[in-house]
Design a protein around this ligand. Sequence first.
Ligand SMILES: Cc1cc2nc3c(=O)[nH]c(=O)nc-3n(C[C@H](O)[C@H](O)[C@H](O)COP(=O)(O)OP(=O)(O)OC[C@H]3O[C@@H](n4cnc5c(N)ncnc54)[C@H](O)[C@@H]3O)c2cc1C
Length: 479
Amino acid sequence: MSFSTALVWLDHDLRLVDNPALYHAAEQAQVVAPVFIWAPEEYGAYPPGGASKVWLHHSLLAFQAQLNKLNIQLTIRKGPSLELLLELAQSLNVEAVYWNSRYTPVLRARDEKIKEALQAAGIRVHTFAAHLLHEPPRLRTQSGGPYHVFTPFWKKFQRTVSVSAPLPQAPLSGVHRPSPQTSSLPVSELGLSALAQSGVDWASSIRKDWTIGEQAAQERLAQFIKTHAEAYALQRNYPHQEGTSRLSPHLHFGELSPRQVWHALSRSLPSDIAEPFLRQLAWREFSYHLLYHYPDTPHAPLKSKFAAFPWTSDPEPLHRWQKGKTGYPIIDAGMRQLWQTGWMHNRVRMLVASFLTKDLMIPWQEGAAWFWDTLVDANLANNTMGWQWAAGSGADAQPFFRIFNPVSQSERYDPEGAFIKRFVPALAALPASFIHAPWTAPPAVLKEAGVRLGNNYPHPMVTHEKARERALRAYRSLT
Ligand SMILES: Cc1cc2nc3c(=O)[nH]c(=O)nc-3n(C[C@H](O)[C@H](O)[C@H](O)COP(=O)(O)OP(=O)(O)OC[C@H]3O[C@@H](n4cnc5c(N)ncnc54)[C@H](O)[C@@H]3O)c2cc1C
């Protein structure tokens, strides 16, 4: 008896539920062969960074275990995607290849070529929209161009995009579905784990902080809805609270689809309470909209006048920022949170990005590169938009002259210093009135708290007020 066989080419969609490529392949073909291909050189200048690779390692293991329970093999290969897809298609006698669309410029171009080559070889290709709530070229301004400002984009999105309901789990099990056995690499052979990358297990604290995989993603979503979603608008700016969902890496790796999140929130909360959270999901859509229309923005400023900005290029201050040794506690807490957990709270991302680009006048691309390597949710669309927003050079950006004061922001969003105390333990015994700016504390208070400035905690590396003036002068030189 012969079966029709479908190959499902998986990537950032390691889930069984609401996975259109997997679902439709399982509906159409008797035999489904899911394949993951590790081909970092195909990502152009942006292959996944260190923390992303660690996440991917565990995400693949979790997904493989889910498939194994259904007696399905996840074929894992390493090498040029087209070559491997053609080889698998031939050896399994595949009629069609299914995948969910990818949206970064380099992968879009690659996938288009692969589609043509497969079709030329007589293999059908089916692609699906799954990673976003809308297709990036779809929304246009009245004059037909892309949006540069979020609010009208969001209004148009609300008016015209109807987010379809998520699909159920792909119907993969059943007696008539023998899983084809193909040669496959163990996940450990891909070199993604921290040990494989550097010989040092630098990621143990990241692993401790997260549970990776589809089941964990669904549990996190359910938990967020039960405990924090209702107060999201009030709590989302306070980094010491569990006020946000922390779904970003799960969304990035496709352990959860944005449709699942959108519908779960919309179902569980009155629309006015759900709206602030749905709006954040729409920022994610906006970032893909921008990346689609402005594919050079991961490295070039959207506002071209910023190309002439007189950035500084000294590596030492960059290094201090990266290591969380600037002497500004909220900045250092954020950078240490990033290093320890692979994630940083959004409010603090905004503050550290402002500090790097404005107080230190270091190019935003340096900050984006560090985030790229250290964030578990590192994502070309969101990271680019976030950094260009902070530097003032992007769409709907924070105007350059609006420069965050790291002390008053800290007082406002971490009033008791709980976030600082967690990530900068050397300051833990300082009273709240001094923890945001330890250099203002009288010597006796510092002594009592065990803080030795310049010894166990640095002096501030710049004076914010002076740095602000310098940045504004540089900005004025542009106009
Ligand atoms: C300089 C800078 C760099 C950033 N880099 C990234 C990145 O590489 N990857 C990334 O996913 N996000 C990035 N962000 C956006 C944001 O900080 C994170 O999405 C958010 O902190 C993730 O936490 P959460 O899941 O708890 O968010 P929640 O507040 O619970 O929001 C839910 C989801 O909405 C989306 N979202 C929320 N805020 C934003 C935003 N401002 N822009 C786009 N999408 C958003 C995310 O997918 C998030 O998971 C960056 C922001 C800045 C300022």
